[in-house]
Design a protein around this ligand. Structure first.
Ligand code: BES
Ligand code: MN
Ligand code: ZN
Length: 505
């Protein structure tokens, strides 16, 4: 999709299929709505009086207004004026983009980003406008038969802004487009069925990205190479399936052609859980909704989506994505409860539940990360059902002992409208992982299940600042609109932009 800015002073003469203007409950108009109201002899105020309550996220299309060149003016409800905020703006842009797609329009102009907002700069508002528009055109089609719905026609999205701020708006649009493209890749990978999106498929996706973006280099290690690295924990999970595992290393070199010098901070490493199907293994899951365990690679998909976004943005900071990818299936070669395996770190693990496999593949990737002398390591995983119980589908769970890292991630989440909530990681929980037969058990019992999972991972992260994002509740939506959400790509990209010295909100 193409994104552009429009700065014409005579908004009513702008030729477009759809022009979005914001209105508040109680009848107050945004400056753009006022301009249209004046040009159309009060058509906007009349609509507000007669029928439109301007609830946040609602809209009303007005066709062929007199004195207005746009084919339609879309009134977008912004709720109460004194409660207007960045998140209301983001939802309003989404409502307008959805309207455009629903009406099969090829282009639209939004004036919503021009509205001042207490917690977002114009650049940030342009960013979320472009992101909303970019997301609105995603459709899963890969495995649909002939009876496909018509694909979205929206090709061009324009934001109307004051002339003096066009440059900031363009920077925001570029960021928003990259985030949406990254999220749409993440969504597609999540939505693909597990017989298509295999570990090999994830590896090929990384290689394809490396072909497309010159800052990216991909390396995909096979079972033999993984074995040579002594990743005994990861391999113990992979062994249960015929599908070959893959350990994916996708590196983004800092833009600007600067060679790393001594004073430079190390790279930021992102580790994504890549279980392309989680049956639970011998500790098999119940049949109901087991299909949803195709989404158990959404951590991996968010790493690929994030790397795609920062490559498109030519981020000036080195970032490395690591993905341990395999299936978790029961078989004659699968892990059994009671098995003890040796991780790459040398620590031994008693597997008491083969369904706690995410931590078994992640721990070896976290050890592998040490070789990069990272400034920070963040792992992203659909790790525990307990996290869904604790936080639902609103916040991702954030676990870290490093306050600075945790605060940066929380802030990035707020800016990106992709929030996380910090969870505890006290040493006292570590006791629950005690084993009489190994250095640790892979489960800690019922209490605080998402915390003990994080505690397990923490034992492999002693040599760098580390944070863990449990996205079990946020990576996909169930119900009628079932599908991958693309989260937490926005949070991660905002965090990385901040680390590369780019402005945030
Ligand atoms: N992939 C699941 C976690 C999950 C469950 C994500 C439901 C999203 C929705 C993970 O591998 C798992 O099975 N975790 C177990 C851990 C338990 C055995 C300690 C769980 O949460 O039940
Ligand atoms: Mn599992
Ligand atoms: Zn899993």
């Amino acid at each position: 999709m193409e994104f552009s800015t429009q700065t014409s002073a005579s908004l009513h003469q702008l030729k477009t299929a759809a022009l979005a203007v914001g209105v508040y409950t109680g009848g107050a108009l945004s400056p753009a709505a006022e301009t249209i109201d004046r040009a159309s002899n009060g058509a906007v105020s009349a609509a507000l009086k007669a029928e439109f309550k301007a609830k946040a996220g609602s809209h009303l299309a007005l066709h062929n207004l007199p004195g207005v060149s746009a084919a339609r003016v879309i009134l977008v409800g912004l709720g109460a004026q004194d409660a207007y905020a960045a998140s209301v703006h983001a939802n309003a842009e989404e409502a307008f983009a959805r309207y455009c797609v629903g009406a099969s329009l090829a282009e639209g102009v939004s004036t919503l980003a021009a509205i001042d907002c207490p917690d977002a700069t114009l650049r940030a508002r342009a960013r979320s406008a472009a992101c909303a528009a970019g997301l609105s055109v995603y459709r899963y089609t890969a495995t649909l038969g002939k009876e496909k719905d018509a694909l979205p026609k929206l090709k061009k999205f324009t934001v109307w802004v004051p002339r003096a701020q066009a440059t900031q708006a363009q920077a925001g649009l570029r960021e928003g487009r990259a985030i949406a493209n990254g999220m749409n890749l993440t969504r597609e990978l999540g939505d693909l069925p597990p017989n298509v999106c295999t570990p090999t498929y994830l590896g090929n996706t990384a290689k394809k990205l490396a072909k497309e973006f010159k800052s990216l280099k991909a390396e995909v290690l096979n079972a033999k190479q993984i074995e040579a690295l002594k990743m005994g924990s990861f391999l113990s999970v992979a062994r249960g399936s015929y599908e070959p595992p893959a350990f994916i290393v996708l590196r983004h070199a800092a833009a600007g052609g600067k060679a790393a010098s001594k004073g430079d901070k190390g790279p930021i490493v992102l580790v994504g859980k890549g279980i392309t199907f989680d049956s639970g293994g011998i500790s098999i899951k119940p049949a109901a909704n087991m299909d949803e365990m195709k989404y158990d690679m959404c951590g991996a998909a968010s790493v690929l989506g994030t790397l795609r976004a920062i490559a498109e943005l030519e981020l000036g900071r080195e970032v490395i994505g690591l993905i341990p990818a395999c299936e978790n299936l029961p078989s004659g070669r699968a892990n059994k409860p009671g098995d003890v395996v040796t991780s790459m770190s040398g620590q031994t693990i008693e597997i008491l539940n083969t369904d706690a496999e995410g931590r078994l593949v992640l721990c070896d990737a976290l050890t592998y990360a040490e070789r990069f002398k990272p400034a920070a390591v963040i792992d992203i995983a659909t790790l525990t059902g307990a996290c869904v119980v604790a936080l639902g589908h609103v916040n991702s769970g954030l676990f870290s002992k490093n306050d600075e890292l945790a605060d940066s991630l929380l802030k990035a989440g707020l800016e990106a409208h992709d929030t996380a909530w910090r969870m505890p990681l006290d040493d006292a929980y570590q006791e629950q992982l005690h084993s009489n037969f190994a250095d640790m058990a892979n489960i800690g019992g019922m209490p605080a299940g998402s915390v003990t999972a994080a505690c397990f991972l923490s034992r492999f992260t002693k040599n760098y600042p580390w944070a863990h994002l449990d996205i079990a509740g946020t990576a996909w939506r169930g119900g009628k609109d079932k599908g991958a959400s693309g989260r937490p790509v926005p949070l991660l990209v905002h965090y990385l932009l901040a680390q590369a010295g780019k402005p945030g909100a």
